[in-house]
Design a binder for this molecule. Structure first.
Ligand SMILES: *[C@@H]1O[C@H](CO)[C@@H](O)[C@H](O)[C@H]1NC(C)=O
Length: 399
């Protein structure tokens, strides 16, 4: 009798494991709209055209599961990092991922996608796959800040009637808002508050001599990339997704290696989810987004994109690109930084805080080993960061 019970239990366990594995494979392959709807949340897709013709997709989760659509909600615009997309705020799943946590907290959640990524790889006139001049790909996060963000904010206003919204950025998503407010300070009036996860702006400190060498090659790489048709870097690909499923799934002998390569040393990542992370990230970017960060480090200036001196003169009226004046940021800003973040060193976040002055509040993530990827993939991201973000959002709702 007990053997049958045992067999039955074993079969149930195997079935549960199988379902879990199926879920992982499905979540790795689905696009954002299907992924969100699978978990019972409402999802709207909004097509947004920028003043220079890029066609972006914003993903909106207007309210929580089972909540009344009519209740008043404050919109939050959330912007992803370099090579990322709106999906990175969802892959941890309901109860854990920032997108769902914000919706559950009563916010109207708008997940933007910057020009060039998987969801925003379109233009009214330019072809992203045109090989010769790569005109589509001639942009950095300067354009993302100056042009994509206004288009997204305007759409949120048009749909919700809210002129002022909260903004949450991760890494490059924080850079982009600083760019916007420095170049078009009138946008201060459109924001209730700014929550910067792993802020990226000034690079006064760096700790990786290997990177210094690459950084000095930035202008060569710019020329080479456009001459040889490499304006786009690391687009989302089905091959990568399948590779992630094969090599990084539970039970795969290569999973530990895969985890170390993708996640670093973190012990708080749920390795079961690795194929889901890799199914959605990298999601593509323009090569200049990377080179622009290299310039910030190379020249020690948080400044606009550096071309050759003549082009600089024509564009900016000076031989050197002008610095972004972050003293124009006049929004309550919460800087969330982590002590083990190698991409946004805490020393550099403190420099940014000094420039922002009284508008900035600093929040150190409690767990010392928290790193750059923990902000989107950490199993404890909610407890370490997101709950604090929600608390800070609430404090600015009525502003
Ligand atoms: C890791 O993720 C899987 C799949 O979502 C889930 O079943 C499991 O409970 C998670 N483990 C932890 C420790 O959170």
């Amino acid at each position: 009798m007990w053997t049958r019970a045992l067999l039955f239990t074993a079969a149930l366990a195997a079935l549960a494991a199988l379902t879990a594995a199926d879920d992982i494979a499905e979540d790795a392959r689905l696009d954002v709209p299907a992924l969100v709807r699978k978990y019972g949340y409402p999802l709207e897709e909004h097509e947004v055209v920028t003043e220079d013709g890029y066609v972006l997709t914003a993903h909106r989760i207007p309210h929580a599961r089972g909540a009344s659509p009519a209740a008043p909600r404050v919109p939050v615009l959330v912007m992803h990092g370099l090579l990322c997309s709106s999906a990175d705020f969802l892959v941890l799943g309901p109860g854990r991922a920032l997108g769902y946590v914000l919706a559950d907290a009563g916010y109207d959640v708008w997940l933007g996608n910057a020009r060039g990524n998987h969801y925003s790889r379109r233009h009214r006139a330019l072809d992203p796959d045109e090989r010769a001049e790569q005109r589509f790909w001639r942009f950095s996060w300067d354009e993302i800040g100056e042009r994509d963000l206004p288009a997204l904010l305007e759409r949120v206003r048009a749909v919700t009637g809210h002129r002022r919204v909260h903004y949450v950025g991760y890494s490059q998503g924080t850079t982009a808002l600083l760019v916007l407010l420095a170049l078009r300070p009138q946008y201060n009036a459109r924001l209730l508050s700014f929550h910067a996860l792993a802020p990226a702006a000034f690079v006064d400190y760096h700790d990786d001599p290997g990177k210094d060498f690459l950084v000095r090659l930035e202008s060569v790489l710019d020329t080479l990339a456009f001459r040889h048709g490499f304006g786009e870097v690391m687009p989302r690909s089905a091959a990568m997704t399948e590779l992630g499923l094969r090599l990084c799934s539970d039970g795969a002998p290569s999973q530990p290696l895969c985890a170390r390569l993708v996640l670093g040393e973190g012990e708080y990542f749920n390795k079961t989810l690795l194929p889901v992370f890799l199914g959605h990230n990298p999601a593509g970017a323009g090569v200049r987004q990377i080179l622009h960060y290299a310039q910030v480090q190379r020249f020690g200036r948080f400044a606009r994109y550096n071309f050759d001196p003549l082009t600089n003169l024509a564009r900016y009226g000076s031989l050197q690109p002008p610095e972004y004046d972050v003293r124009r940021v006049r929004v309550p800003t919460h800087l969330h930084y982590a002590m083990s973040d190698r991409n946004s060193l805490y020393q550099n976040v403190l420099v940014l805080a000094r420039h922002l002055g009284t508008f900035a509040a600093l929040h150190r993530v409690p767990r010392h080993s928290f790193n750059h990827y923990d902000f989107i993939w950490g199993g404890d991201a909610r407890a370490q960061v997101y709950d604090a973000v929600v608390a800070a959002l609430r404090a600015h709702d009525a502003a």
